[in-house]
Design a protein around this ligand. Sequence first.
Ligand code: 1GP
Length: 241
Amino acid sequence: MNKHILSHIIHSKKAGKKLLAILLDPDKVDLSEVPVLAQKITANADFIFVGGSTVSNGDTEKLVNELKAHTTIPIVLFPGDYSQITKHADAILFLSLLSGENPEYLIKQQLKSVPFLQELPLEIIPTGYILVHGGTETSVQKVSNTTPIDAGNILRISHTALAGMYMGKQLIYLEAGSGAKSPVNINIIGAVRKELSIPLIVGGGIRTKEQLNDAYNAGADIVVIGTAFEENNQLLDNLYT
Ligand code: 1GP
C-alpha cells in the first residue's frame, strides 16, 4: 500500500516542521470559487482535507475533481460517512471515533467502507479521532450521537489517545468540532503530546494566527482550519506574517 502522505507527516514531525491542513466542506464550497481557493491553499498549506457531516458522494467527487485540476498538494478525505469515499483523492483518514461509544463510528462505518477501499488506490491512514468539548454542540457530536470528552478531563483524553496508539492508529486527531467556540486547550494538547510517539492533529475553532501558533507550540504536528477560511479566504495571507 502507498504510504507517501503518512511518511511525509512522520518525516516532518521528526524534522520539527509544522503542517497546516485546510478543510473544505463540499456542502459549503461553491465550485466556481475553487480556482481562487486552491491557489491560496496551495501557496500556504500542506494538505486539503475534504469532508463534512452531511455530504453526498457526488458533491465530494465534484469538489475533489475540481481541486485536482487546480492544485498539486495532497487531497485527503476526512469523511463524515463512508458514502463520501471517492477515488480521485490521494488519501483517506480512516477514522475511529474513540471518544464515543457508538459502534456505528467505531467499526460499522469502517466495515461499510471496505468494498470501496478495496477497489481504490487511496492511501489509508488509520486515525484515532477524539472529540473534546469545545463549548458548543457541534455537528460531529449530533451526527455521531456521541458525547465529547469534557475538556477538564485531561487524563481521560490522554488515555484515549494512548489507547488509540496502542491499537495501531498512525495519527491521533484532537477535535473540538467545526466552528467550536473554544479550540482544544493547550494543556490538553501538551498532555497528549507528552504521551504520544505518533503525529498529532488538532482542529476545531482555530481562527487566528495566535491560536494556530499556540496549538503548534503545545505540540500539534498538523493543525486543521475550516470555518475561519470559509468565512475569509484572505486568512492564509496573514497567517505567517
Ligand atoms: C473540523 O477540525 C475541523 O472537523 C476544523 O474545524 O471548521 O472550526 O476550523 P473548524
